[in-house]
Design a protein around this ligand. Structure first.
Ligand SMILES: Cc1cc2nc3c(=O)[nH]c(=O)nc-3n(C[C@H](O)[C@H](O)[C@H](O)COP(=O)(O)OP(=O)(O)OC[C@H]3O[C@@H](n4cnc5c(N)ncnc54)[C@H](O)[C@@H]3O)c2cc1C
Length: 490
């Protein structure tokens, strides 16, 4: 197969990965950076699985403390800070605001929890927690008047689909073959794995010394029907989120205690919108069919309407997404299967966004029996475009606007948030918007589309509209059609 690197006489690659979601791309990047020959196969688009409905949180998960997960919270806080340094364009520090009231958890318990959370964060550069008076603080303006106090602390947000794309870009830069539209349909296990891949309609064979099954909610299906092994014991849930018109003007993330003890997040989303998530219910069917239902919309609207003065109803929802995740009490499941004389199989399922880098490191540690002398490296490494200090985002936007003085403020912010210092690869020597080719919607240009096709594995309009960006929220249908035609002709 031409796209895969040199043949070592035994197998085409050292590590083959099935699945281009969060887990697959983090493992691909880590393995490629250790000098291993890597091929990743994704049946659709990168980040097209669970990442579509991931709640955008890159956090320590304050509320996990009540389940006694202090070590896990400490590890997540440390990973959050690593991610912030690695991708200051993508990972955004925000103030998280949790209104406290007598109907849910006791206020004294929440205060004690926050104190402990702050201690676990250690030397983090983010601002310290505080108690807000919602009757005077701007965070209280959109909320019901009856709410008095709130806990406030710093955590981060990230767009998981872009995080997936950037890890894939970095993996490819380090030599990995990243194949989208490439479905693994059959695998035979002997000394090496022999995989049959339906690669954009062509049937191809790839051999690999080790195989990583990172197919998320498809893991059972892949294990049984592709690998011909007994199904993995794991249960899956459907998560759903909704997007409504902007409900507040500031940059706070609301953490809302629902009356079923779950937390609902209301997050500022792409300037004009608010994201509300998540609903979660058990799911048994084909993950590709998971879609937000009327019950999910009603659940999220009701939960948010308990807190906001402005009631929201399902009719206000402008976008909704669903995905399937592993119901996972231990932050990810990594299982190694070894048999005498047969190539190993590593199965990686689930886990929060924040722990993905460390999970990949743990996965590589399991493979270290086969590839010795390859130390971990990702904790201090930057993601593409992330080579600026984590408190310098606004400075990067100002710099971009000076260098390309035709950029509007919102356009510059969007580009810097998505591409960081790589913005120059899109804008080049342009002197005006006209130099950037046709325009789709408000500010997506032909130059950006070409970049996303060449550098970020985008093939179809939806890859760009919903995964490399969220411009699908605002783009009129005529422009979507023009974008699809432009991409087909490119
Ligand atoms: C705070 C927080 C908590 C979270 N908690 C959890 C949690 O507890 N559990 C959890 O699971 N997630 C959780 N998530 C979601 C998490 O971020 C990931 O999205 C999730 O772990 C799924 O990643 P994945 O790579 O395993 O699966 P996916 O993103 O679904 O990727 C799997 C990919 O495999 C591809 N694929 C399937 N079959 C094939 C095949 N035959 N050939 C080629 N490709 C194939 C699919 O198309 C898909 O793109 C959480 C997120 C956050 C922010």
């Amino acid at each position: 197969m031409g796209v895969i690197g040199d043949h070592d006489g035994m197998a085409d690659v050292d590590v083959a990965i099935v699945g281009g979601g969060l887990n697959g791309v983090f493992i691909a990047r880590d393995a490629a950076g250790r000098g291993l020959r890597v091929a990743l196969f994704e049946q659709g688009d990168l980040g097209g699985g669970a990442a579509m409905a991931a709640p955008h949180l890159m956090h320590g998960d304050f509320i996990a403390l009540e389940r006694g997960h202090a070590r896990r919270v400490r590890a997540a806080l440390s990973e959050r800070d690593i991610a912030l340094r690695a991708a200051p364009h993508l990972v955004r520090p925000m103030q998280f605001v949790l209104p406290i009231h007598a109907e849910e958890r006791p206020p004294a318990m929440l205060r004690a929890g926050l104190f402990f959370y702050d201690r676990l964060a250690g030397e983090s550069a983010l601002p310290r927690p505080e108690i807000l008076d919602l009757t005077v603080d701007q965070a209280g303006h959109p909320l019901k008047r009856s709410l008095g106090l709130a806990l406030a602390w710093s955590d981060c947000l990230v767009d998981e689909t872009r995080l997936v794309a950037l890890n894939a870009v970095d993996a490819a830069a380090r030599g990995a073959s990243i194949l989208t539209g490439a479905r693994c349909v059959w695998a035979e296990r002997s000394e090496v794995w022999k995989l049959t891949i339906l690669n954009r309609g062509r049937r191809e064979t790839v051999t690999a010394r080790t195989l990583v099954n990172a197919s998320g909610a498809w893991t059972r299906q892949v294990t049984e029907t592709v690998l011909h092994l007994p199904a993995v014991q794991a249960s899956f849930a459907k998560i759903s989120l909704i997007v409504v018109r902007r409900m507040f003007d500031h940059d706070n993330v609301y953490v809302l205690q629902n009356n079923d003890r779950r937390m609902i997040y209301a997050i500022p989303f792409h300037r004009d919108f608010t994201l509300i998530g998540l609903s979660e219910r058990g799911f048994e069917g084909d993950p590709a069919t998971a879609a937000p239902g009327a019950d999910d919309l009603a659940y999220l609207c009701t939960a948010a309407s308990r807190y906001f003065r402005e009631r929201i109803a399902p009719a206000d929802v402008v976008h909704a997404a669903a995905g399937c995740i592993a119901e996972d009490p231990h932050n990810g499941f990594i299982k190694m299967s070894r048999r005498r004389g047969e190539a190993p199989l590593l199965t990686v399922i689930g886990g929060a966004t924040t722990g993905a880098r460390r999970r990949a490191e743990r996965a590589l540690a399991k493979l270290s029996h086969f590839f010795t002398g390859l130390p971990p490296w990702t904790a201090g490494a930057l993601l593409p475009g992330g080579d600026f200090p984590c408190d310098a985002f606004d400075g990067q936007v100002d710099h971009a606007r000076r260098r390309w003085d035709f950029l509007g403020a919102d356009h510059a912010r969007r580009l810097v948030a998505a591409y960081g210092t790589r913005i120059g690869s899109i804008l080049g020597a342009a002197k005006s918007m006209d130099d950037l080719g046709p325009r789709f919607g408000h500010d997506l240009t032909g130059a950006e589309v070409r970049y996303l096709m060449k550098e970020e594995f985008s093939r179809f309009a939806d890859d760009i509209l919903w995964r490399r960006s969220k411009l699908g929220l605002t783009m009129p249908w005529q422009d979507r059609e023009a974008l699809a035609a432009f991409m087909a002709a490119a």
